[in-house]
Design a protein. Sequence first.
Length: 126
Amino acid sequence: MYLKHLSLLNFRNYTHLEIDLPRGMVILHGDNAQGKTNLMEAVYLLSIAKSFRAANEREVVNRQVAQEQGQALVAGFFQARDEALDVRIGFQCLPSASATGSSGAVDSIRSANGSVSTAALRPHLR
């Protein structure tokens, strides 16, 4: 299974991002503080419904913009040969999450945990 599409709305430094990803390895490169680790964090969040950097989910939301627009969203469409999984983690007044697979809606985001395998290699911060 691979991440085919990633959508971010008011997530960390991204006010809005829509990106299609190719099958296979993706290498992120760029200057410091441009959002590479934030992209990895978003994918990780979609995989296990938890950030590898934040103590709680409120820390990942760009609060200033989200308050103006009323919401924040991390969404991903995962694809396999015979299976698809649409995962959306939304933040409003209270966090909400949903996942829809090929066989229909998943009861909770936690029950979808393990459907997507993720390995996060992140920079060592001093």
